[in-house]
Design a protein around this ligand. Structure first.
Ligand SMILES: Cc1cc2nc3c(=O)[nH]c(=O)nc-3n(C[C@H](O)[C@H](O)[C@H](O)COP(=O)(O)OP(=O)(O)OC[C@H]3O[C@@H](n4cnc5c(N)ncnc54)[C@H](O)[C@@H]3O)c2cc1C
Length: 360
């Protein structure tokens, strides 16, 4: 058996563990300092913005395309294995528009997506009003509708991946901090944890922000910095607008995510770390986000805030997100980290890529 150790059980580590669990020659162990989805994944909203993104070629689009495709099979596969539903919004993503200056950019993207077999539409104000009467802001001129994009519940998906992977033989060690890697020549051969040593043939680092100290310990430090995001859970007496049409709606880089029964997630702020010291969530940015949402959806003024949280996105420093591939200088250490704002979306594609990189 080939022994694989995965450090980190956020969405990325969990997706890798599940994807590797179908290979009978592998013995996979996942180690997390806390419980599944306790890092960035625990704060995320789960938008999968692929078709509506401006990426159209190269490895960045390929990863998006692979993730979009894998999501369509993954959710039902996990639901069948676990006999549990995973909230997965198939009604697409709607992006509000406030001016027409970028029309040419969208028209070009629509042509490109159609060649790639994806749908994307420009809606004028009349169409938007008829489909989404909850939007009432005289600054809105229309929208882009992307029916093939998705939104998934990140924490339920992570739990489902863990459950299915354990059924297929993966071992999980939670509340176990990886303290040190044991190295021989250009290979990691083991991990030291508070509860003992784990021997390995391949090491996968999917520890989000925790990947920086791990790679520093391997003398190949990868700088990943936190970008804070705050979000809210709002409750209304009923769904906004038309109950049969509840896509995730994005405006000014903020998302309104329907959860059913009049509940919505609203998020997230984008807060960069200061030059020195810790990032602290700024309450005025959260208040501004809510004001902005009410300006577009006036009925939200009556909503009760039933939860409020923040989390940190793992953003790579000096290189594009995400970082997937072998750690330089090592023959058997693979990085699957720094997914910044798209880790939920890109986790399934990342897991498939990691499967290709493991030689067995
Ligand atoms: C507010 C907010 C909204 C977001 N919305 C979206 C969205 O809509 N769509 C989207 O695609 N993405 C979104 N993201 C980004 C997304 O959450 C991240 O890109 C993704 O969760 C990263 O997953 P991960 O598994 O790499 O990291 P994490 O979820 O952070 O997991 C890393 C794990 O590693 C463990 N770990 C770290 N160090 C060690 C160690 N030494 N030993 C053992 N374990 C260790 C941690 O305990 C943690 O559980 C959002 C993020 C935030 C904060």
């Amino acid at each position: 058996m080939i022994r694989i150790a995965v450090i980190g059980c956020g969405i990325v580590g969990a997706a890798i563990a599940y994807e590797l669990s179908s290979i009978s020659q592998l013995k996979v162990t996942v180690i997390d300092a806390e419980t599944p989805a306790s890092g960035s994944t625990g704060a995320a909203l789960g938008l999968c913005m692929g078709v509506i993104s401006q990426k159209t070629k190269g490895k960045s689009w390929k990863l998006r395309q692979t993730s979009l495709e894998r999501y369509e099979t993954l959710i039902s596969e996990l639901e069948n294995i676990n006999s549990e539903i995973i909230p997965f919004n198939r009604q697409g993503i709607l992006m509000l528009r406030y001016d027409d200056e970028d029309r040419h950019k969208w028209e070009k993207l629509i042509v490109k997506r159609s060649q790639q077999n994806y749908r994307l539409e420009i809606w004028d104000l009349n169409k938007l009003r008829s489909k989404c009467p909850q939007i009432d802001n005289n600054k809105v001129i229309g929208a882009i509708y992307s029916p093939d994009d998705r939104q998934v519940h990140p924490q339920i998906l992570t739990a489902a991946l863990v459950k299915a992977a354990s059924k297929q033989g993966v071992e999980f060690k939670f509340n176990t901090v990886v303290e040190k890697a044991i190295i021989r020549d250009d290979r990691a051969i083991g991990l030291e944890t508070a509860s003992g040593r784990i021997d390995l043939d391949w090491l996968i680092v999917s520890a989000g922000l925790g990947s920086t100290p791990i790679t520093a310990d391997l003398a190949r430090k990868i700088e990943i910095r936190p970008v804070l995001g705050q979000a809210l859970r709002l409750k209304l007496e009923r769904n906004l607008g038309n109950s049969d049409f509840q896509p995730a709606i994005t405006f000014d880089d903020i998302h309104l995510v329907p959860l059913g029964n009049g509940e919505y997630w609203l998020g997230a702020t984008l807060e960069f770390p200061p030059e020195t010291g810790e990032i602290v969530a700024r309450s005025e940015l959260k208040a501004e986000m809510k004001r902005n949402a009410i300006a577009n959806f006036p009925d939200l003024a009556a909503a009760e805030t039933i939860a409020s949280w923040s989390g940190s996105r793992p953003r790579p420093w000096g290189q594009p997100a995400p970082i997937i591939g072998k750690l330089p200088g090592y023959a058997n250490v693979i990085l699957a980290t720094a997914h910044y704002r798209n880790g939920i979306f890109l986790a399934p594609g990342t897991a498939l890529k990691i499967k290709e990189l493991i030689e067995f």
